[in-house]
Design a protein around this ligand. Structure first.
Ligand code: NI
Length: 218
């Protein structure tokens, strides 16, 4: 089944962002107000976002979701050649975490999963994730095109090489721009669409920790 045939892409909860300098296109539906409405299709009360993955870290190690178990995660799918949308989203992630107290901030694992495995080698990601503007401890993940495809599918992430520019070396990748918030067990908590502010994200993360502390589930 082709990506584009999947009816899930019609859901208004998905924000698809075309990574181009001009004409930044954001499709946000009725979710509105910067608040992401969880998909209605659920199984055993769990949103059908996330799941097992096997990828290669920026340190060149094969990793799976089990390597990150125990920490809540913020996950973003993007690519290092993205001129604007990805760096901006990672800066939003960093700004949100900066609004938390240091010990609260340290709870969260941040991940950048490449949707451009052909160019995003572990070495390139290793360089990229150290940017001062990005979250401290940001881990970059890439892998074979098949590994990346499976991970993106698990997170309902759309990506496609842009064909508007004929140059193979200079291509862009159209992709969803969503920060996924997963709990310590790797279960979906919330998805922050592209327009979500750092303050909104910070409040949600803070509430998650407080609810954990009080014993109620997030
Ligand atoms: Ni991007």
């Amino acid at each position: 089944m082709r990506w584009s045939d999947r009816p899930v892409w019609l859901l208004p909860v998905l924000a698809t962002v075309i990574c181009v300098g001009i004409g930044l296109t954001v499709f946000l539906g009725t979710g509105g107000q910067g608040r992401f409405a969880a998909p209605t299709a659920q199984e055993s009360g769990r949103a059908l976002i996330g799941g097992p993955f096997e990828l290669v870290s920026h340190e060149g190690e094969t990793v799976t979701e089990a390597d990150f178990a125990g920490r809540p995660m913020l996950i973003y799918f993007g690519f290092t050649y993205c001129p604007d949308v990805c760096p901006m989203s990672l800066q939003v992630m960093a700004a949100a975490l900066d609004q938390l107290e240091p010990d609260a901030r340290a709870e969260f694992q941040t991940l950048l999963i490449s949707v451009d495995p052909e160019r995003d080698t572990p070495e390139l990601l290793a360089q990229y994730v150290t940017s001062e503007a990005f979250p401290e401890g940001l881990t970059g993940l890439t892998g074979s095109p098949e590994q990346v495809r499976r991970a993106a599918e698990a997170y309902r992430v759309f990506y496609r090489r842009s064909e508007q520019d004929g140059s193979m070396a200079e291509y862009l990748v159209d992709h969803s721009s969503i920060i996924y918030f997963m709990d310590r067990q790797g279960q979906f908590v919330e998805a922050f669409p592209h327009a979500t502010s750092p303050a909104q994200i910070a409040r949600r993360l803070q509430r998650f920790l407080e609810e954990e502390g009080s014993g109620s589930s997030a």
